[in-house]
Write a protein that binds this ligand. Structure first.
Ligand code: HEC
Ligand SMILES: [Cu+2]
Length: 360
């Protein structure tokens, strides 16, 4: 069974002169690799962000390129390692012979070969990569494309659909894009504070969100489902809990979602008290609920909070208990989150949660 202890054991027994024990070390490093990769492959691609199951044109292009690079570098690896193993075994020291092998100095042919061949390989890799970067960047934007503005915040995502008048957070809904009905999504990437990076590996490579420097990316997912991603640029203490959920909907699901998001917030008289506490506390300085005094933009828009499966950028499921714990002290799930603990008592929090639970 290959294991890390095994590897350490080999490291400890590595003798300074032993050609064979360094061979054993190399062999055990390679026997550990598949063991590390297993947990990744064991899970379904939809629950694990993976670059190995692309579902959108840019992701397909990147995956194809990585296979091409792997093929070339793999061929180099196997020919070099193969020659090395052959030479080590074929010309190992035998018996007591003190005799030195013939020494060769300078050979124009050999030196030319090992300079020109690597340069050609690098040129080929460079040109293929450049071709794919330009093909993805310059792809003409169809009229049917959906526009979404993504704004990175410490430590959550704001999604705005300018043509649809929708503002939401952390969970992006986009339509599936088929050959019969191409409907790619074009993202305009902005940042409210520091550098972030938008990365949903099955849909596209990563692109940074840089303050005062709008970037763009597009995706045309060909299968419905939920795709996970995360911020891929260290942006502060809670960077690791800045997750992305992309729901690729059927056209009907997407239309229904849009219609719900465009409705003003539910105004339920039964939770008027909770709403009143919410509106008189500092919550309104940071959060928006359409049709109320809450117009803040420091935190996520809560108008349709209950249409989301998670809160706090995927740090917790959107359940009444988690909402309660979050409002009591956001640090429970996300130490360092930029929402203060408001020092409310349990009863007030219960009332606020009852109000939030009506915001479908
Ligand atoms: C100083 C600004 C600020 C105040 C005041 C504030 N929040 Fe927040 N709130 C935030 C930020 C920022 C986040 C996002 C945190 C994260 O995900 O890292 C957030 C997240 C949330 C979320 C999760 C939303 C989601 O979709 O992920 C809820 C619910 C919430 N706040 C409710 C409240 C309530 C209720 C109050 C008042 C008792 C309140 N907030 C006060 C800034 C604030
Ligand atoms: Cu980030």
């Amino acid at each position: 069974m290959p294991s890390l202890e095994n590897l350490e054991w080999n490291l400890r027994t590595l003798e300074p002169t032993g050609g064979l024990s360094s061979l054993r070390l190399t062999a055990s490093i390679f026997s550990v690799l598949p063991a590390l990769a297993l947990p990744v492959f064991a899970q379904h691609p939809e629950t694990t962000p993976t670059t190995l199951a692309p579902l959108s044109t840019p992701a397909h292009e990147i995956f194809g390129l990585s296979l091409f690079v792997l093929l070339i570098t793999g061929a180099i690896f196997f020919s070099v390692a193969g020659l090395l193993v052959y030479v080590i075994i074929r010309y190992r020291a035998r018996g007591e012979s003190e005799h030195e092998p013939a020494q060769v100095y300078g050979s124009v042919q050999v030196e030319l070969a090992w300079t020109v061949i690597p340069v050609l390989i690098v040129v080929v890799l460079f040109l293929t990569t450049a071709r794919i970067i330009f093909a993805v960047q310059d792809a003409p934007k169809p009229k049917s494309a959906l526009d979404v503005t993504v704004i990175g915040h410490q430590f959550w995502w704001e999604f705005r659909y300018p043509k649809l008048g929708i503002v939401t957070a952390n969970e992006l809904h986009i339509p599936v894009s088929t050959h019969q009905r191409p409907e790619p999504t074009y993202l305009r990437l902005l940042s409210a504070d520091v550098d972030h990076s938008f990365w949903v590996p099955q849909l596209n490579g990563k692109t940074d969100l840089i303050p005062n420097h709008p970037n763009e990316m597009w995706m045309d997912p060909q299968r419905t489902g939920l795709y996970l991603g995360q911020c891929a640029q260290f942006c502060g203490v809670e960077h690791a809990k800045m997750l992305i959920r992309v729901y690729v909907d059927t056209p009907e699901q997407f239309t229904a979602w849009v219609q719900n998001q465009q409705r003003p917030a539910v105004d339920d008289a039964a939770v008027a008290q909770g709403r009143q506490i919410f509106e008189t506390e500092a919550c309104v300085n940071c959060h928006t609920v359409s049709g109320t005094a809450a117009r803040g933009t420091v935190g996520p828009d809560l108008t349709h909070l209950m249409s989301r499966a998670t809160i706090a950028a995927g740090a917790a499921l959107n359940t009444p208990e988690n909402l309660h714990a979050w409002i009591q002290n956001p640090n429970t799930f996300k130490p360092g989150a930029l929402m203060p603990a408001m020092q409310l008592d349990d009863k007030q929090i219960d009332q606020i949660v009852a109000y939030l639970l009506t915001l479908h």
